[in-house]
Design a protein around this ligand. Structure first.
Ligand code: FRU
Length: 474
């Protein structure tokens, strides 16, 4: 309970409620991270934009609240850009935030700007820049980027993404829509994002990510993505309507957003690690809500088509403390190579090959007499899984105690695991498959186990790092 569950290296608010990441933008050496924030309660309420900055995407410094709700409504999710050419007239290199006001189910799109590196914000006097839809309906979470010679804005509208175009961030014109039965429409679409990634030296694709309010792979809210083309006006998917691609197969990866203006040209995304099914009940005080690690995105050509790959960015290694390393050893049943290692925050990176007879191979993290969380590969069903049925506090929501699985296209050969005080993130086979889950183990569950059942596992390499969050140097 309480501060004992507070992650060591996943972002959390200083106190109170957090949901979606917002306004991710880089300017002058600082990665900005805004977020849906309710500073007066540990449950969702009138939304503000909380604010933090980092020089390395890993160590964050909290700043004062950036945007407050007002007579026009709550400040819902949105994005931010650097207006390099001063198209809006707020100033050269002004930071411009584009957000949804929500009031009595009216959702309008609005601007706020800062000319002091995000320290103070002014709401634009000409708001809203996009009026509420008529008839009223879901229409929110603007994501804006510069494309060739104009600004593009994406809005999530029920089971569609709408596309708008503008020369100046103030005057917007609807140019197209995507949806109409593509992917999963079991839940409302939220928090869209769109970006171009290379496939190889001569080819690239646009990727559209969309939060799905319910009905996702692991149940409840989750994130799907589409691969295709964007012609400046609208997006088309290169896959059939029925194709549903998931960014993450765990239960806790929602409302992701990528940074704009990333200085190294990388596409880095992070998500809210929770699920609307139980987000209001997770057992933490006096804060609630955390973000995933930032993830660097790329595309890979697979037999089934082009797919997203997600990997922790290089900066993540700054968290590494003590290292335990094995090379070319075998894990054998009933022997735990990691029995001497204890703690609550680990990175584990293993490259392995299963023997013919091996049935299940994996790790138990945050293990104690009462709880453990299992991360593994079941060779019989060819499934990766996180099993949190015995992970600790589970009874705050009925479906929380679950085993989340994903069928692999090829057997697992690498697991890259980040275990923090109340979450695990797993990047499988260089991040072609990811699983992210919250866990609430008892504080004394500090053992670590590597296990194999049915046969041996050859470990080409196994690294375990204790992770430490050295104070940010800003
Ligand atoms: C997604 C979401 C967004 C909305 C925000 C409100 O989690 O529902 O669609 O803008 O949260 O806090």
């Amino acid at each position: 309970m309480s501060e004992l569950s507070r992650p060591a290296f996943h972002f959390t608010p200083p106190s109170m409620w957090l949901n979606d990441p917002n306004g991710l933008v880089y300017l002058d050496g600082e990665y900005h991270l805004f977020y849906q924030y309710h500073p007066h309660s540990t449950v969702w309420g009138p939304m503000h934009w909380g604010h933090a900055i980092s020089r390395d995407l890993i160590h964050w410094e909290h700043l004062p609240i950036a945007l407050y709700p007002d007579e026009f409504g709550m400040v819902f999710s949105g994005s931010a850009v650097v207006d390099v050419q001063n198209t809006a007239g707020f100033g050269k290199n002004a930071l411009v935030a584009i957000f949804t006001y929500n009031k009595d189910y009216r959702e309008t799109q609005n601007l706020a700007y800062s000319t002091d590196r995000g320290r103070t914000w002014t709401k634009y006097a000409g708001n809203p820049v996009i009026p509420a839809p008529d008839p009223l309906g879901d229409c929110r979470d603007p994501k804006v980027f510069w494309h060739e010679d104009h600004w593009v804005l994406l809005l999530a509208a029920k089971d569609k993404v709408l596309f708008f175009s503008s020369p100046n961030l103030k005057d917007w014109q609807l140019t197209g829509e995507f949806g109409n039965g593509f992917g999963s429409t079991e839940g409302v679409w939220e928090t869209p994002d769109l970006f171009l990634l290379p496939v190889n030296a001569s080819d690239s694709r646009w990727v559209l990510t969309v939060g799905l309010g319910k009905g996702s792979h692991a149940g409840g809210s989750g994130t799907q993505y589409f691969v295709g083309e964007f012609n400046g006006k609208t997006f088309t998917s290169e896959n059939p309507k029925e194709t549903v691609l998931w960014m993450d197969y765990g239960a806790d990866f929602y409302a992701p957003q990528s940074w704009s203006n990333e200085p190294h040209g990388r596409r880095i995304m992070l998500a809210w690690m929770s699920n609307w099914q139980y987000a209001l009940f997770t057992p933490t005080e006096p804060w609630r809500g955390q973000f995933s690690l930032p993830r660097e995105l790329s595309l890979v050509q697979t037999v089934g088509g082009i797919r997203l790959r997600q990997q922790p960015p290089a900066e993540t290694s700054s968290l590494r403390g003590k290292n335990f390393h094995w090379q070319n050893v075998d894990a054998v049943p009933a022997e735990n190579l990691l029995r001497e290692i204890h703690g609550s925050t680990f990175e584990i990176d293993v490259k392995f090959q299963l023997a013919e007879t091996t049935q299940v191979f994996g790790f138990r993290v945050r293990k104690g007499s009462e709880n453990h969380t299992t991360i593994g590969f079941d060779a019989r069903s060819n499934e990766m899984f996180i099993d949190r049925t015995q992970s600790g506090m589970i009874d705050f929501y009925e479906g929380f105690a679950a085993r989340h699985t994903v069928k692999m296209k090829s057997p697992a050969a690498r697991m890259h695991i980040f275990a923090d005080r109340s979450s695990v993130e797993v990047f499988v086979n260089d991040g072609i498959v990811c699983l992210s889950d919250l866990i609430y183990p008892s504080p004394e569950s500090l053992d670590l186990e590597i296990f194999t059942e049915g046969g041996t596992v050859h470990l080409m390499s196994l690294d375990v790092y204790q992770l430490e969050n050295h104070k940010a140097v800003l």
